[in-house]
Design a protein around this ligand. Structure first.
Ligand code: BMA
Length: 330
């Protein structure tokens, strides 16, 4: 029993116990990757994607790079969170007036439920990378909303409830290319349209090399009794390009621009073949979690090498203890 996660129980969460010889706080699913190459007629590689429980099963919004290599978002569903059926065609968006609109590209979606609505936040073309946001109630009709923040920006992550009466979103202002910098910023909104009251949350860290080039928020923050649990990616620049690893932080529940604890060392870095080999080698990019409040189990969905979708696990109390004991904030 655990009472640390403030949320619902999910008895059918995908899960595998920690291997007895594993000393890490996060461990990988033994049957990774769960989505391999070419899972659909248009989808060549599915990665950096988001899932959520829905009506007793699981649904997801998947980033698929198509055969012209432009990423789009595809809907998928699964009875167990492990084997996924991805729709052959991308999600069709309409504007608030109900007219069908085309998205030039879309990638790295996050998916969450706030009150009775599911929100999808992704990297959109403004033109140039920016935060796209849309909503659905049934995963049939999808309405694209106003762009919340100015370009260029990526890694938009909405909190699952209002904080002090305002919606809150993390993002990572960037450039129009493969951005060699980046810190995590918090913005507030009364209505999901107008955003302001921007606050710096966390910066890249020169001394902690795995997160020395840029950082970006990952899955929707998880509310816990110890603060908002935020998984994030950190990037180092090597002679061979960027390497993406995963860390975590605890943010103050009432003022999430205040970092309480933050991992000095990465929680996971590309090590397995499906993480070190692929379209972009050495990428471990978390975009979603499933949580079971009753047991404290957390399943982390991450993109591996911009090629596969993979799964890792952790337990909230053990993870928080690890973060507190291995934290460095400056
Ligand atoms: C980032 C994004 C991610 C991608 C990563 C590594 O800029 O485009 O979608 O996983 O680069 O290529």
């Amino acid at each position: 029993m655990s009472r640390t996660i403030v949320g619902e129980s999910l008895p059918n969460i995908p899960w595998e116990d920690k291997p007895t010889n594993c000393r890490e706080a996060v461990w990988r699913y033994s049957k990774n990757p769960i989505i391999k190459r070419n899972p659909g007629p248009k989808a060549a590689r599915v990665f950096n994607s988001a899932v959520i429980p829905y009506q007793g099963r699981f649904v997801g919004v998947f980033r698929a790079d198509t055969r012209n290599m432009r990423p789009q978002l595809f809907f998928g569903e699964s009875p167990d969170g492990l084997s996924w059926k991805i729709e052959p065609d991308e999600i069709q968006w309409q504007n608030e007036a109900g007219e069908t609109i085309q998205n030039s590209y879309a990638y790295d979606p996050r998916l969450l439920k706030v009150e009775d609505t599911y929100y999808i936040i992704w990297c959109d073309d403004f033109p140039g990378p920016s935060i796209g946001m849309g909503k659905t109630k049934d995963f049939i009709t999808y309405v694209k909303m106003e762009s919340p923040l100015m370009p260029f920006n990526r890694n938009g992550v909405l909190f699952p409830r209002k904080i002090n009466g305002l919606y809150a979103m993390l993002s990572r202002p960037s450039d129009s290319g493969h951005t060699p910098f980046g810190d995590i910023i918090l913005s507030y909104s009364p209505d999901l349209t107008f955003w302001g009251k921007h606050r710096l949350v966390m910066q890249r860290r020169g001394l902690s090399w795995w997160q020395g080039t840029k950082i970006g928020a990952g899955p929707t923050p998880i509310e816990t009794t110890e603060g908002w649990l935020l998984f994030y990616h950190g990037v180092i620049t090597t002679c061979n390009g960027y390497v993406y690893s995963m860390g975590a932080a605890l943010l103050d529940l009432d003022n999430p621009d205040k970092v309480l604890f933050r991992t000095r060392d990465y929680l996971a870095t590309p090590e397995e073949d499906y993480e070190t080999n692929g379209f972009v080698p050495n990428v471990f990019f978390p975009c979603a979690t499933l949580t079971d409040a009753a047991t404290g189990r957390i399943a982390i969905y991450y993109g591996a090498a911009d090629t596969y979708t993979a799964l890792a696990f952790t337990q909230v109390d053990q993870l928080i203890e690890y973060i507190k004991n291995n934290s460095e904030i400056f």
